[in-house]
Design a protein around this ligand. Sequence first.
Ligand code: ADP
Ligand code: F6P
Length: 324
Amino acid sequence: MSKKISTIGVLTSGGDAPGMNAAIRSVVRTAISKGIKVMGVRKGYNGLINGDIFEMNTKSVSDTIQRGGTILQTARCAQFMTEDGQRKAAEMCRVFGMEGLVVIGGDGSLQGAEKLSKLGINTIGIPGTIDLDIACTDYTIGFDTAVNTAMEAINKIRDTSTSHERCSIVEVMGRHSGYIALWSAISNGAEMVLIPEKERPSDEEIVKEILESKKKGKKHFLIIAAEGVGGSEQLAKKIEELTGIETRASILGHLQRGGSPSALDRLHASMMGAIAVELLCEGKSNRVIAYRDGKYVDFDINEALQMKKTINEKMYEVSKILSL
Ligand code: ADP
Ligand code: F6P
């Protein structure tokens, strides 16, 4: 039986994601319900190193479940990449009496949590990223909202693209991950999807498909491209030059990272926040929570980070079939 913990901390790190507030709220309220004090750490690992830390109560998280962004703010912290920075952060956990820490963020943030656990701070990770690029889990906080935001935006672009009989390239987020692109392509009925996990077709191959589709009487040609593929503007110019069809590129950018979280994001974030506190109470450390095959499970962070996220081949195949 592990010793009862009295104080834990919570932080958000890396790119923000809709639903992070629901996770923070759940950590705070679950901990308080168990008589545990909760310290909020502002601006990710930066706040940990600098002691930008405050006690949270149930009111600190009132009226936050529906808000995008993160009330604790987030950061990318270069100093924490160094051993010196990590030692300082672990020391600050001790100064503020934090026996455990919940880290909400992407795979970089989880690597940071692993470093802290090696320095004696019990850490639990919650996968928070719009990219869905954490291999151990079928779900990451923010993805559902982001893909719905992209879908709404693409609907609008599709309207104008059809009216003008244009080709439209819509670039969605995902530097290393094609998940937002793939889900959007299927959900928006795109003619083509370009993702970093797959070899990009040549300009000539793309043009051939556009011309064939035009011959079939299609009034627009919608290409969804993941950010990691790059070159959307250049591709638009090239298509126009080679086909004579007016082509526009739209880069959706950071609008995909904001906005009120979807029900799915709120629900999973709330469940994961509660489970994170329970794991800390059981004396667990260096674990990341995952939603896999319809269940909440947890993995050793090192093992989770070794896993490789691959694109869903069936979805990719279906996206092609449906674009006929
Ligand atoms: P995300 O968590 O969204 O993947 P990043 O990869 O930018 O975002 O990571 C967020 C922060 O986590 C980094 O700025 C850094 O402070 C910390 N971090 C990332 N990788 C490591 C690592 N290998 N060791 C220690 N800390 C790391
Ligand atoms: O990891 C989430 C993400 O939105 C990626 O899809 C994107 O490439 C990156 O963050 C953008 O990060 P920044 O906040 O530095 O613009």
